[in-house]
Design a protein around this ligand. Structure first.
Ligand code: GRF
Length: 219
């Protein structure tokens, strides 16, 4: 089976990008990252990409008059690469409907909460403030509303009485690094598709997210 080709969009540290690079380099994931695009010139993820010999592009959103023209500039970089998946990995810009429509069914995101809880920012603090006992992260296909679209895998992480937003974020992030390559692998192997607004895994409709907990995946 051919490799899945990916374009990864980042804005910052790029630790999820690193997890994907590592999975490829360790032969756990048969995929190729065609390019990494950042809207921030200082994003550390760009150095991670360069270190792995991946082409990088900086497209500074501040240089564009509006969201649509910034997104169009990204499309012009991405389209010639014909990616199977456009992977949002800590990309901190809201995407235009045009961009989402253009890559619908091949655009995925990772969000640090158990969606549909806590869309947007400050998810870890919100989980603590609301006395949640379980928090986590979700990998989902992107649809038009912010942080929405069908969820493939959720990693569940226990919230400890001693947690603050930073300690909780760091435990959630470790699990993000497990579940993001897992979902990409399912796509690369042709096991997972998103079609007609439905997720299909191994020829069955996936009607609720798979749960990753205690290093095990379950339905
Ligand atoms: C992660 O928590 C991800 O869920 C969120 O932004 C953060 C990115 O971290 N969307 P990194 O840049 O991958 O280290």
């Amino acid at each position: 089976m051919p490799k899945a080709s990916l374009v990864v969009l980042i804005s910052g540290s790029g630790s999820n990008l690193q997890a994907i690079i590592d999975a490829i380099q360790n032969d756990e994931l048969d995929a190729e990252i065609k390019a990494v695009i950042s809207n921030q010139a200082t994003a550390f993820g760009l150095a991670r990409a360069t270190q792995a010999n991946i082409n990088t592009h900086v497209i500074d959103h501040k240089q564009f008059p509006d969201r649509e023209s910034f997104d169009q500039a990204m499309i012009e970089i991405i389209d010639p690469l014909k990616p199977d998946l456009v992977v949002l990995a800590g990309f901190m810009r809201i995407l235009s409907n045009d961009f989402i429509e253009h890559y619908l069914h091949r655009l995925i995101n990772i969000h640090p909460s158990l969606l549909p809880k806590y869309k947007g920012l400050n998810t870890h603090q919100l989980a603590i403030d609301n006395h949640d006992s379980i928090h986590g992260a979700s990998v989902h296909y992107v649809s038009y509303e912010l942080d929405s679209g069908p969820v493939v895998i959720q990693a569940e992480v226990a919230v400890l009485a001693t947690d603050n937003a930073e300690t909780l974020a760091s435990r959630v992030l470790k699990q993000e690094h497990k579940i993001y390559p897992m979902v990409i692998k399912m796509v690369a192997e042709g096991r997972l598709t998103f079609d007609k607004e439905r997720l299909n895994l191994d020829n069955k409709h996936l009607t609720k997210p798979l749960i990753w907990k205690d290093n095990q995946l379950s339905t």
